[in-house]
Ligand binder design. Structure first.
Ligand SMILES: NC(=O)c1ccc[n+]([C@@H]2O[C@H](COP(=O)([O-])OP(=O)(O)OC[C@H]3O[C@@H](n4cnc5c(N)ncnc54)[C@H](O)[C@@H]3O)[C@@H](O)[C@H]2O)c1
Length: 414
């Protein structure tokens, strides 16, 4: 599934928690990737990362506690940044200023200024910054992209998306597991994890490519789930059983786009529930909904009746996924982790812009800081900056290849 001349790329990994080690394992399975350097603030996690490189039979990697030392190496072309939410932007901007492709993991920004800093670093250095939003490469999301590009939903009017994942155990054990999420939930109230939902929907709506997000308003429910869970599972003496969590259990955000579309975004991670990204795509010709895996297309579905999405996904399978299934799906999260990594690796290899760029990264991450402001202001609408400074109106299209998210070009696939 390559797009570039065959050669090896040399990447570093900064952040070796659960996610960093999972990404590192996947990189080490790629023959065209070398990982000569890894980094974490914690010595034990650094050692685990180094052990993974050795266990894969790769040349010995160098370990760093200070990411700036890793960035100072001139033999590394790009870095993955699966660190904590509040460290992504600083590291990504420094990486670009050190002449490297930057790939921060999913997460939101704590301030709008840090998003501008990403944009400035990328524009001033010419180095790309690609948020590693794996959900843009999900099988369902890519089939929908294909269907939207073929016009099956007509003109899009409304999308819904979110992160609905019962994380009470993961967040509640955060003090013991040294996990950053707990500190965010204790101190912040807003849409802290927007990109899994918003990434794919932005691609459908052409955000930063002829469209943009204009304003948002956010509302947070009361916070009960985590403290109740802590009381039942960690014991009455545990500090979290008495803690005041700032984060509402359900945070709902409405976004208005320049061409009139609305996006409903939900963050729902501290109450019991099955996993969902809460998807809904609705246009003048039909509607798709994730939770009951259903679709209705006017003129094709029986009158006013839902149909199963399954046969549609088969019919409109994205050609990248068709090829991928043929070669053997691998890696985490149903295979989309591998695809987003390959999209990054192939871009570095070909020395071209990444399919998710710095404007996408900044716009999606900024939703977190803006949502916190809106919640704090009693759901007051807040403006969403135009990180492209007007370029969204007539953007030069990005490179067209198999991993492109702007277009679906079937002719590229055998
Ligand atoms: N795309 C996905 O499906 C997915 C899944 C899980 C996690 N994530 C994202 O991956 C990131 C990491 O998640 P995690 O669960 O592994 O978190 P974690 O807290 O377990 O690990 C983060 C690691 O980053 C290190 N770190 C923080 N600041 C650093 C710095 N300045 N220099 C070097 N190392 C630093 C920490 O020491 C820690 O070991 C988060 O952004 C998370 O949202 C994405």
């Amino acid at each position: 599934m390559g797009i570039a001349q065959d050669r090896k790329v040399r990447l570093g990994v900064i952040g070796l928690g659960g996610r960093g080690r999972s990404l590192l394992r996947q990189l080490l399975e790629m023959e065209d990737v070398e990982v000569p350097a890894v980094c974490d603030l914690y010595e034990d996690r650094l050692q685990k990362g180094l052990e993974l490189v050795a266990a894969a039979g790769r040349p010995k990697a160098e370990g760093y506690g200070d990411y700036r030392e890793l960035l100072a190496r001139d033999d590394i072309e790009g870095v993955l940044i699966p660190s904590s939410w509040t460290s992504h932007s600083r590291i990504a901007a420094d990486a670009m200023r050190a002449g490297k492709y930057a790939a921060p993991e999913a997460g939101g920004a704590a301030s709008v200024e840090e998003c501008w800093e990403l944009v400035r670093a990328s524009e001033e250095t010419g180095m790309p910054c690609m948020l590693l939003e794996n959900c843009c490469y999900g099988r369902e999301e890519m089939a929908l992209l294909n269907m939207v590009k073929k016009g099956l939903f007509g003109e899009l009017v409304h999308c819904q998306c979110g992160y609905e994942h019962d994380l009470r155990e993961e967040v509640g054990k955060g003090l013991e597991n040294r996990h950053y999420r707990i500190h965010n939930y204790l101190n912040r109230n807003g849409e802290v994890y927007p990109t899994h939902g918003l990434g794919p929907m932005s691609m459908l709506l052409g955000i930063n490519r002829g469209n943009r997000m204009l304003t948002l308003t956010s509302m947070a429910s009361k916070s009960r789930g985590l403290r109740e869970w802590a009381g039942e599972h960690l014991g009455a003496d545990h500090p979290l059983s008495h803690a005041e969590f700032a984060m509402g259990d359900v945070v709902t955000t409405m976004i208005k786009c320049a061409h009139g579309e609305t996006i409903l975004l939900t963050h729902d991670t501290t109450l019991p529930r099955p996993y969902s990204r809460a998807g809904r795509v609705q246009g003048t010709k039909g509607i798709w909904m994730e939770d009951n895996r259903s679709i209705y297309l006017e003129g094709r579905s029986p009158g006013h009746t839902w149909e199963s999405f399954e046969p549609y996904r088969t019919e409109y399978e994205h050609p990248l996924w068709k090829e991928y299934i043929g070669l053997g799906v691998r890696g985490g999260h149903g295979g989309m982790d591998y695809l987003v990594l390959r999209a990054f690796v192939e871009s570095v290899k070909a020395n071209i812009p990444t399919p998710i760029d710095v404007y996408d990264t900044a716009a999606w991450m900024a939703i977190t800081a803006l949502s916190e402001q809106s919640v704090a202001l009693g759901s007051q609408p807040v403006g969403i900056p135009d990180f492209t400074n007007g370029k969204w109106i007539a953007r030069t299209p990005g490179p067209v290849h198999k991993y492109s998210l702007e277009v679906v070009d079937e002719s590229l696939f055998g």
